[in-house]
Design a protein around this ligand. Structure first.
Ligand SMILES: [Zn+2]
Length: 136
């Protein structure tokens, strides 16, 4: 992953020889300075509205807009893989085909069923509230 993928706002500022404060005033303070700083270091994910604001004042290239939008996608992917790892950590190592356990859902605390199919050995994780969370 290149730097531009993870900190696109930082790249945009550098390319235009701006400091964070310069950017803040250039965009008429439409995004708070602390918020800009968080987005620059990728601690916060930029919103569609904020991308529009930056585009209005900085005339972003297609690629820059794409990189900013990728911040959101990266975050979703990371969150999802965290969630899946979380769920998989609940599966007993010795769970055999045809067996299941009942536990608590890490997302919502409802009843959670973890089952291994006796037919094909597929693993099912089903939350009583949210439905099928994982099938593999
Ligand atoms: Zn749940």
């Amino acid at each position: 992953m290149s730097k531009a993928d993870t900190k696109p706002l930082n790249e945009i500022i550098k390319k235009r020889n701006l400091t964070l404060r310069d950017l803040y005033f250039k965009i008429n303070k439409e995004i708070g300075l602390a918020r800009l700083s968080d987005i620059r270091v990728a601690r916060e994910i930029i919103t569609d509205r904020e991308i529009k604001i930056l585009d209005k004042y900085l005339d972003l290239t297609e690629q820059e807009i794409e990189e900013l939008e990728d911040m959101k996608i990266n975050k979703i992917l990371i969150e999802n893989s965290d969630k899946i790892n979380n769920l998989l950590s609940l599966v007993p190592k010795d769970l055999k085909s045809g067996e299941f356990i009942i536990t608590r859902c890490p997302n919502c605390d409802a009843k959670l069923k973890i089952a291994k199919s006796s037919m094909n050995g597929h693993l099912w994780i089903i939350c009583q509230k949210e439905g099928v969370l994982l099938c593999q």
